[in-house]
Design a protein around this ligand. Structure first.
Ligand SMILES: *[C@@H]1O[C@H](CO)[C@@H](O)[C@H](O)[C@H]1NC(C)=O
Ligand SMILES: [Ca+2]
Length: 220
C-alpha cells in the first residue's frame, strides 16, 4: 500500500517541481532531442520590458533553441536562438536581431537578453560584457499568455519545432525579470551573485520536465 504511494510521490516530484536548483543543471542527454523543460510561472501582466539570463554548455554546431516563449498569436514572441557557431538571434514579437560572438567551443556561455519597448532597445550581454545595443520592436507589448520552455523552439503555442533545432548539453542559472536589469545586475547575473526578485528564477524554479532531461550537479 505505502510503497506504491511513495513511488507515485517520487514520480510526481521528478517530473513537476518547484525547487532551488543552485549548483544544479538541466542535462539534455539526447541529440537530436524532443525533450524539453516547461517553465510554469507566467508574467502577471503584459511586458514592456524584460531581461532573461541563462548559462549553457554544449559543443553543438547546428542551430538550437534555448529559451522559447510562445503566445497563441506569435510563436516567437520571445526566443533565444543560437543560429550557428558565433551567432545568437534574439526575437521579440516575431522579429529578431543577431549578435556575433567569438566562438570558444568548450566553455560555458552566459547570456542576458534585455529589451525595453519605449525605446525599442535590445541589450545583449555575454559573460558579463555588453554587446553594442540594437533596435527591435519599439512600442510593442509582449503578451503575458505564454507557454515557456527550455531546450526547444516552438512553432506554435506549446508545439515543438524541428528536433534538429533542439538543445543538447547542460543548461543552468535561468532567470526572467519584467524589467531591464541595471548593468551592475547584468554582471551580478554572470557572476551568480545576489539578484533582484524575479517571477522566474533558478533558486525557486517551478518547472516540469518533458522527456529525457535530468537534474544533475554542476561539474566545476
Ligand atoms: C518599462 O521601462 C520604461 C523605461 O525604463 C519605464 O518608463 C516603464 O515604466 C517600464 N514599464 C513597465 C510596465 O514597467
Ligand atoms: Ca518558432
Amino acid at each position: 500500500m505505502w510503497v506504491p504511494f511513495l513511488l507515485f510521490l517520487a514520480f510526481l516530484s521528478a517530473i513537476s517541481a518547484q525547487e532551488d536548483l543552485s549548483r544544479k543543471v538541466f542535462f539534455f542527454r539526447n541529440e537530436p532531442s524532443e525533450d524539453y523543460v516547461i517553465l510554469k510561472p507566467q508574467p502577471e501582466e503584459p511586458l514592456q520590458n524584460f531581461t532573461i539570463c541563462l548559462r549553457s554548455y554544449t559543443d553543438l554546431t547546428r542551430p538550437y533553441g534555448l529559451f522559447s516563449y510562445a503566445t497563441p498569436s506569435e510563436d516567437n514572441e520571445i526566443l533565444i536562438f543560437k543560429s550557428k557557431p558565433g551567432e545568437y538571434r534574439v526575437f521579440v514579437g516575431g522579429e529578431y536581431v543577431s549578435f556575433k560572438v567569438s566562438e570558444d567551443p568548450i566553455n560555458w556561455e552566459h547570456i542576458c537578453f534585455g529589451w525595453e519597448s519605449a525605446t525599442g532597445t535590445v541589450e545583449f550581454w555575454m559573460n558579463g560584457k555588453p554587446w553594442p545595443r540594437k533596435g527591435l520592436k519599439k512600442g510593442y507589448t509582449v503578451s503575458a499568455d505564454a507557454f515557456i520552455l527550455l531546450g526547444q523552439e516552438q512553432d506554435h503555442y506549446g508545439g515543438l519545432a524541428d528536433s534538429y533545432n533542439s538543445f543538447s548539453g547542460e543548461l543552468t542559472d535561468v532567470y526572467m525579470w519584467d524589467f531591464l536589469l541595471s548593468p551592475h545586475k547584468m554582471r551580478s547575473a554572470y557572476q551568480d551573485l545576489q539578484l533582484p526578485r524575479c517571477t522566474l528564477g533558478w533558486k525557486n524554479l517551478q518547472y516540469e520536465i518533458k522527456g529525457d532531461v535530468t537534474v544533475k550537479t554542476r561539474l566545476r
